[in-house]
Design a protein. Structure first.
Ligand code: HEC
Length: 339
């Protein structure tokens, strides 16, 4: 394991930039800039990540389990996330704005438990105000756990070689913070953290993608396990066994309704702000919006992007299976919260 310098310019907190930012943002909007709060949150989150997700072997399952359980629970990180956030690779074109970068939408628990936990953190970080985005940027030195079993990734990231390559070479996580709410609204991973150093030197792997986003393992269990909240919800959560079956019914209805033509990790359309619902965990984060969009006949769209109302019987079946899944997810989460 190699511990080296930060991924940020100087690794220091840039208080001067924060003060400067206050003036600019206030001209736009009467709400005060929360620069100091952002600084505090950044140190708290960086310390927490260092404590619960420290540098380890990229194959260390126990380290990963501890990290994801902590982040998925009542963590400083999770408390600092916006109610809906975006995640993706930093644009290869360093000059590109976030609004022109393809990103995927996530619910906070899915982001914290299934995505951010795949990284390890040294605690080294920096905060600055980025004028052109009008947001604070927290940089966190990090490395990716590329040697976990395939079912520990929310989907086979290696379906796209370039993206998998960046995941494996990541040395910095970027968290973008809204200056008015002090909440994290966008997360990005990059192999071009400014100092070019990395926390853990990972040997790249190149697994082959066989076209299946979900699959059965030798024991006949659905994979990826993480998308069934395996290791996130307690083993004795009484709603867990039903989750798989209830999701499968919903997935079949979504297939009938063509949702899979567009809402998949390979982003076939492509969408600037992708929404994915192809596993129980991903669907659990979006089920409220899914139900609303279908009820209001806003989804699905046809291939030209025009709303394409469903046959009444299919709409009913989709809403019924969606409603059952929504109720089950709610019950499972409430049971967890009560433990
Ligand atoms: C032809 C491609 C396409 C198909 C098929 C499709 N969608 Fe979408 N969907 C989009 C696009 C593009 C957006 C984002 C832009 C928008 O909101 O119009 C979107 C947005 C959404 C949103 C978020 C928007 C909101 O109002 O909350 C939900 C939820 C959604 N789709 C669900 C579904 C479901 C469920 C199905 C299947 C019944 C479906 N979509 C089928 C392309 C598609």
């Amino acid at each position: 394991m190699r511990i080296a310098g930060g991924c940020a310019p100087g690794g220091a907190l840039l208080l001067a930039a924060a003060l400067f930012a206050g003036g600019v943002a206030a001209a736009e909007d009467d709400l005060p800039d929360l620069g100091e709060q952002v600084e505090r949150m950044a140190s708290e989150v960086a310390l927490e990540l260092q404590r619960v997700c420290p540098p380890a072997s990229p194959a260390d399952q126990a380290a990963f389990d501890r990290c994801r359980r902590s982040l998925f629970g009542d963590s400083a990180l999770r408390r600092s996330l916006a109610p809906r956030l975006l995640w993706g690779r930093r644009n290869q074109d360093a000059g590109a704005l976030l609004k022109d970068t393809n990103l995927t939408q996530f619910a906070p628990d899915v982001f914290a438990g299934l995505y951010l936990a795949l990284f390890m953190f040294s605690g080294e970080h920096s905060v600055e105000y980025v004028e052109r985005e009008r947001m604070y940027l927290i940089r966190l030195q990090s490395a990716f756990r590329n040697r976990l079993p395939p079912g520990q990734f929310p989907y086979p990231f290696w379906h796209d070689e370039a993206k998998w390559g960046v995941y494996q070479a990541t040395n910095c996580i970027l968290l973008w913070v809204n200056p008015k709410t002090a909440r994290i609204v966008i997360g990005q991973f990059t192999e071009r953290g400014e100092l070019g150093s990395t926390v853990v030197a990972t040997q790249p792997l190149s697994p082959k993608f066989d076209g299946n986003w979900m699959w059965m393992d030798k024991e006949g269990r659905i994979q990826p396990r993480v998308t069934l909240f395996d290791g996130l919800f307690r083993q004795d959560n009484p709603y867990l066994p039903k989750l798989e079956f209830t999701y499968r019914t919903l997935a079949l209805r979504m297939r009938d309704a063509q949702c899979e033509n567009c809402h998949m990790p390979n982003n076939p359309l492509p969408m600037r702000r992708l929404l994915i619902m192809h596993t129980p965990a991903h669907a659990s984060g979006e089920i409220g919006r899914l139900m609303k969009a279908v009820r209001e006949d806003r989804m699905p769209l046809d291939e030209t992007g025009i709303e394409q109302p469903l046959e009444p019987a299919l709409k009913r079946a989709l809403l019924e299976s969606g409603g059952a899944f929504e109720a089950l997810v709610k019950a499972a989460k409430e049971w967890e919260a009560a433990q």
